[in-house]
Write a protein that binds this ligand. Structure first.
Ligand SMILES: NC(=O)c1ccc[n+]([C@@H]2O[C@H](COP(=O)([O-])OP(=O)(O)OC[C@H]3O[C@@H](n4cnc5c(N)ncnc54)[C@H](O)[C@@H]3O)[C@@H](O)[C@H]2O)c1
Length: 437
């Protein structure tokens, strides 16, 4: 079933089923899944930067309780627990080891907003432990992990939602539906953009690991490297900069590019590319950053269709809608990052426009509904969808790192005839941490 059909099936059935829904506890056999309708869904949130915001959203949902605020940085765990205590009226327990969440039979959902190198290992371990998962984008650190996540979700019959929250926005759903209905004819190209004004990350300095920070567990599945801090203004920080180092991050393409590429892929109705090219580099600053700040990637698909992404991390000026555009035989469409949409005919005359917005609460409600209805395929960003969009980022980065054009198999995106490039398909793991399904 296509991504859109999945969604439309869900939209047409969710209202009817939501009222009749019985809640489904995890980790129990199918025939036992009939708990009382007032059962709560119990969540544990891992990684409390972005996860702090998700914690607020989860605790605003009816019938949800947050049992654990988990971060290896004690300060961040306490700050989140304090905040939830104020907003929700109870205090989640602060913990540093997420395996406590997996071992707790009360827990239904692991929310993973730790850095990218954690997404797949934590998700796979959670599925194997019978938990459902909300995992932040990009869903994986490398292509192999994405395939393993799909396998883990299927084998354990778990709901795994990737945090690409625009997938659940009415505006984006309407825009994509119009594309699929042919409003601009056959769509053959989609362009996407990201612009920002990021400062230099500077040069890391060797430092003693602070007492409130468990660096060993921060590294988890990634082979060990010495601890460094980055000086940003007055603060010395370890957080966030990992995005720009290949050992843990996926650059701007995996950070913000994935949001736009996901919409491009959805609008075009394509899965895996057959040809991938990359151009760019670290053009603006001379510092420790390994990933490009100026990056253009292009993906070609089997039936004469193309997606491009242009990312500038260090210049804010936007071109076009600043997010995504679609070009067809009978017109074009542009959508900004909020879903505000303009549609033009072949003569480039504006023929329709509508305003948009998106809300992560709706995306979270979709996960809760899928769990309650025991219907993973009703997820707006089911893990297989998340994997396909994340894979575009990985392939773009592999093309960049090898300096080569990649030729890929249309069935699964695997790189053909290039052992060096396939060497990036999977990473090395710290002994004992390689995920298994
Ligand atoms: N969907 C969105 O719009 C959106 C927005 C922002 C961030 N994100 C994603 O969320 C993730 C986190 O981003 P961020 O900006 O919060 O990064 P960050 O570095 O600021 O925060 C990550 C947090 O995870 C914690 N952590 C690391 N290992 C952990 C472990 N084993 N157990 C528990 N906690 C652990 C860190 O201590 C830190 O507090 C990224 O993957 C990012 O792409 C998504």
């Amino acid at each position: 079933m296509s991504d859109l059909l999945n969604r439309r099936h869900f939209l047409s059935t969710s209202v009817a089923t939501a009222t009749a829904a019985s809640l489904v506890p995890v980790g129990v056999a199918q025939e036992e899944k009939t708990p009382p309708a007032n059962d709560e869904i119990i969540v544990g949130v891992m990684g409390l930067g972005r996860g702090h915001s998700l914690a607020r959203s989860f605790t605003q949902q009816d019938g949800v309780k947050m049992k654990y605020a988990c971060d290896i940085d004690d300060y961040r765990a306490s700050a989140c627990a304090d905040d939830i205590e104020k907003s929700a009226g109870y205090r989640p327990e602060t913990i540093s080891d997420f395996r406590q969440i997996l071992d707790d039979p009360d827990i239904d959902v692991l929310v993973c907003a730790a850095p990218n190198h954690w997404h797949a290992p934590a998700t796979i371990m959670a599925c194997n432990a019978g938990k459902h998962v909300y995992v932040e984008k990009p869903c994986s650190h490398n292509p192999w992990e994405g395939e393993m996540m799909v396998k883990a979700a299927r084998k354990n019959q778990r709901c795994v939602q990737m945090g690409s929250q625009r997938r659940s926005s009415d505006a984006f759903i309407t825009a994509v539906q119009k594309l699929h209905e042919g409003i601009i004819g056959r769509v053959y190209q989609s362009q996407s953009w990201y612009n920002s004004l990021r400062p230099s990350m500077g040069k890391g300095v060797a430092a003693e690991v602070p007492a409130h920070f468990d660096y060993d567990l921060w590294q988890g599945p990634a082979p060990r490297v010495p601890y460094k801090e980055y000086i940003m203004g007055d603060a010395r920080n370890h957080h966030y900069n990992w995005h720009w180092l290949w050992h843990w991050g996926n650059g701007e393409l995996g950070n913000n590019g994935v949001h736009a590429l996901d919409i491009c892929r959805w609008g075009l109705g394509v899965d895996y590319p057959v040809r991938v090219t990359s151009s760019g580099g670290r053009y603006r600053w001379d510092d420790d950053q390994e990933t490009p700040d100026t990056h253009v990637v292009a993906f070609e698909f089997e039936d004469k269709q193309q997606i491009t992404w242009t990312g500038l991390s260090c210049n804010k000026h936007t071109i076009g809608s600043g997010f995504v555009g679609f070009f067809g035989e009978e017109g074009s469409m542009e959508i900004d990052g909020n879903g505000n949409t303009k549609i033009y005919d072949r003569a480039d005359k504006l023929i329709e426009e509508f305003s948009g917005s998106y809300d992560q609460n709706v995306h979270i409600a979709n996960l809760l509904s899928a769990i309650r209805n025991d219907d993973p395929m009703s997820l707006f960003a089911e893990i297989e969808t998340g994997h396909k969009s994340t894979l575009l980022c990985h392939l773009g980065n592999i093309a960049h790192r090898t300096g080569r054009t990649l030729i890929c198999r249309p069935e699964d995106g695997h790189i053909i005839g290039d052992e060096k490039a396939m060497g990036y398909w999977k990473r090395e793991y710290e002994p004992g941490w390689e995920p298994t399904v």
